[in-house]
Design a binder for this molecule. Structure first.
Ligand code: FE2
Ligand code: FE2
Length: 259
């Protein structure tokens, strides 16, 4: 994807707004921008990606943003696929990254981590890797949650052994002095010495092939079997299962819920 620097900066409120943002916030904003651009082409048609207008404003993201337009109702016992279809869609970026993992013969666990790795970006703007890992942890292999959590930090650090270069877009958009926040550096240090390192690293590898505006539409149904094997769907439905994160799923079902 070609990111137009001027349009991106306008979308987050201009260069003064960018200057006031920390480096991690800038990276988050850029990734959201690219993901939104990719989805907008599906939602609003060809050419929509050139519009800087209704980008989601910086800040909390869709989940905690008041809305008057309402949300498509969810089934009584919602599954992960229901959330993909009615809350995360079009989600082209994660679908493309999971598809890339399939096409390059990567393990199913990696495919699955790629499928989930950025869905929280639609919901909350900051620290999407941490939010995502927590949201999915009770239902997935711990290595999947770990990979989702640490991909956020690892995207800034190259690893030539797997063909992951530092995304030069950060330098191009924000200047050569671009430097990740301290907690991100620490998370990277921790992750690279951890036995699960590759779980997160492979997410970043597939990430870089997943902003393709011209790729065919990948459908969530293509991953039905993977989800069936990798996701412990609660019988009562997500949000109803009394898990430590059930409230997070309920909030996604209805962010307007008053109580
Ligand atoms: Fe991400
Ligand atoms: Fe991503």
């Amino acid at each position: 994807m070609n990111v137009d620097r001027r349009k991106f900066i306008a979308s987050v409120g201009g260069s003064a707004a960018v200057a006031a943002m920390g480096h991690e916030d800038r990276a988050e904003a850029l990734e959201h921008y690219m993901t939104d651009q990719l989805d907008r082409k599906v939602e609003f048609g060809e050419g929509a990606q050139t519009s800087i207008e209704p980008q989601v404003p910086r800040g909390t993201g869709n989940l905690f943003r008041p809305t008057t337009s309402g949300f498509e109702p969810m089934p009584d016992k919602p599954t992960l696929i229901d959330f993909f279809e009615r809350r995360f869609a079009p989600a082209r970026h994660v679908l493309q990254s999971a598809n890339h993992a399939v096409q390059t013969g990567q393990p199913e666990r990696t495919v699955f981590a790629c499928l989930l790795h950025d869905v929280t970006q639609n919901l909350i703007k900051a620290d999407h890797g941490y939010w995502g890992a927590q949201l999915f942890a009770p239902y997935v292999d711990e290595r999947v949650a770990w990979g989702i959590k640490y991909h956020q930090a690892l995207r800034f650090f190259p690893d030539e052994s797997v063909g992951y270069a530092y995304p030069d877009m950060y330098n191009r958009i924000f200047g050569a002095d671009y430097e990740p926040d301290e907690y991100i550096k620490q998370a990277h240090e921790f992750a690279r010495n951890h036995r699960y390192y590759m779980e997160a690293r492979l997410v970043t590898v597939n990430d870089q092939y997943a902003f393709d505006e011209n790729q065919r539409e990948v459908k969530i149904e293509e991953f039905t079997d993977v989800i069936g094997r990798q996701f412990k769907q609660p019988r009562e439905g997500l949000g109803n299962d009394n898990s430590p994160v059930a409230h997070m799923w309920r909030s996604i079902i209805n962010p307007n819920r008053p109580l």
